[in-house]
Design a protein around this ligand. Structure first.
Ligand code: NAI
Ligand code: 15L
Length: 268
């Protein structure tokens, strides 16, 4: 794909989605700089592999040097205690955006999450302008990431494309994912929109063209996203696969919500 980006940095490159991106973007850009705090497969042609803990500000600033665009996928990807979430997702995000500012990075595509809005009911259709309603510490850290991205976009000119990813797996694994699923091909399509479209700061949903979607993704379509998959083809396969927990089954965030839920469902 034609692009002006020379070097793309992928954080979280050892993780599930980082590995998908590595495969799918290979050869699309002159250099992919792959980074994670964990071990990664050795560099191939057109790749640089750099181990880095995003909680280390100096190392993260060095990581950003010479980079044109960042796909920020590194961090904690599940609910956790405050310390488990704080270092990778809050401190790590601050270090990344600050490193990007110092290095003159043009844009950041951010792996935000549907858990920014996980405390809405599944019966509600949300758009990208809905007030965040995080379903836990992890979801809150992603809401923070989006606000951080807005600060650096509007104050320092670093374009930001915040993808509230639903459930990005090979196949949907339960009934909820008939609504939230993002196929790997559609994931690649959305990331490429993030890398090429003209915008300053945007929030979009990372979902395929699912018949049972919770989210109105008109903002992504406006920017050029054209998903080709629909989780509905897996409906028979996952029929009956529900949590069984009334809190989880009522709310969009699913199983991320109940562990320590002590609120009033009637208020939601
Ligand atoms: P993952 O857990 O497989 O990968 C995350 C990677 O980040 C891991 O390789 C981990 O070593 C690395 N990491 C964690 N803390 C780090 C630190 N302090 N410094 C450097 N690297 C660190 O998660 P997955 O599924 O690949 O998700 C990638 C991103 O997308 C995450 O930010 C996640 O929150 C987000 N996301 C993923 C969804 C999905 O369906 N897979 C849904 C919504 C959001
Ligand atoms: C996420 O944010 C997680 O990173 C991923 O592992 C999935 O559980 C996904 O949300 C989901 O809501 O299905």
């Amino acid at each position: 794909m034609a692009t002006t980006h020379h070097r793309i940095l992928i954080t979280g490159a050892a993780g599930n989605l980082g590995r998908v991106l590595r495969e799918r973007l290979r050869g699309s850009f002159p250099v992919l700089r792959l980074s994670d705090r964990d071990e990664m497969a050795p560099a191939e042609a057109g790749e640089e592999v750099v181990r880095c803990d995003l909680a280390d500000a100096a190392a993260t600033a060095r990581l950003c040097e010479g980079v044109d665009a960042i796909l920020h996928f590194g961090g904690r990807s599940l609910e956790g205690s405050w310390p488990e979430v704080l270092a990778p997702n809050i401190l790590g995000a601050i270090n990344l955006w600050e490193g990007a500012r110092l290095a003159g990075v043009e844009r950041i595509v951010f792996a935000s999450s549907n858990h920014v809005v996980g405390l809405y009911r599944r019966s509600e259709m949300l758009d990208h302008q809905v007030t965040p309603r995080p379903d836990g510490r992890y979801g809150l850290s992603k809401a923070f990431g989006e606000d951080l991205a807005s600060l650096y976009a509007h104050k320092h000119g670093i374009k930001a494309f915040c993808m509230r990813i639903g459930s990005c797996f090979g196949n949907p694994r339960n009934e909820r994912m008939l609504s939230t699923w993002l196929s790997f091909p559609d994931f690649e399509r959305l990331v490429r929109v993030g890398l090429t479209a003209d915008y300053r700061f945007e929030i979009v949903y990372g979902q395929s063209r699912n018949s049972r979607a919770f989210w109105d993704n008109g903002n992504a379509y406006r920017l050029g996203y054209d998903p080709q998959d629909n989780a509905e083809v897996f409906a028979a396969e996952v029929a009956g696969k529900v949590s069984g927990n009334p809190v989880s089954d009522l709310l969009q965030g699913g199983d991320f919500v109940p562990p320590d839920f002590s609120g009033d469902l009637d208020q939601l």
